[in-house]
Design a protein. Structure first.
Length: 175
């Protein structure tokens, strides 16, 4: 009884049987991963760029929300938002950029979307923004786990092989 081969149940679905699985595992998957990186990272490139161009206004909004050393926090926050978003878009050191952006998003959410301090419509609006940021964190966690993908600078460098990488990089990530 224990040495019998397991029978496959009639209701299980093998991933290779599904058209959607075939679509999402080929070239389309690489393109979709690039599009996903551009969508999530582009949001931060745009937001960080606006903040960098109006750093005084951003610092004032941070100070209004009780952030200490708002001028310094504004410069760091805007640079991280822009630079981290750009790294995600181009797929540069994605597994380092993603947790940086998770930390940034958590901090920004706790500064700007404290829904528990509001009432009625404002509370609902801030709650939606808070939830949106939690979902964005989920996207960054996926990028952390799966990396930048084939259509990224990370993927390009990986395909070039160890000869094109620095000795330190080749030692850390042998193929």
């Amino acid at each position: 009884m224990l040495d019998r081969p397991r029978q496959q149940s009639s209701w299980s679905v093998r991933p290779s049987d599904s058209g959607i699985d075939r679509f999402a595992s080929g070239t389309a998957a690489n393109v979709l991963w690039l599009v996903a990186r551009c969508l999530i990272g582009g949001l931060f490139v745009q937001g960080g760029g606006v903040k960098l161009m109006a750093l005084d206004a951003f610092a004032a909004s941070l100070a209004k929300n009780g952030v200490p050393m708002a001028d310094i926090a504004a410069a760091i926050g805007a640079a991280v938002e822009f630079g981290g978003g750009l790294a995600i878009v181009v797929g540069l050191q994605t597994r380092y950029a993603a947790p940086l952006m998770v930390a940034f998003t958590i901090i920004a959410t706790l500064i700007s979307h404290r829904f528990w301090e509001f009432a009625d419509a404002a509370r609902r609006q801030q709650s939606v923004q808070f939830g949106k940021n939690v979902a964005i964190i989920g996207g960054f966690l996926l990028l952390f786990v799966h990396g930048g993908g084939r259509l990224s600078l990370d993927g390009w460098w990986q395909r070039r092989g160890p000869a094109s990488r620095s000795p330190d990089e080749a030692q850390r990530n042998p193929e």
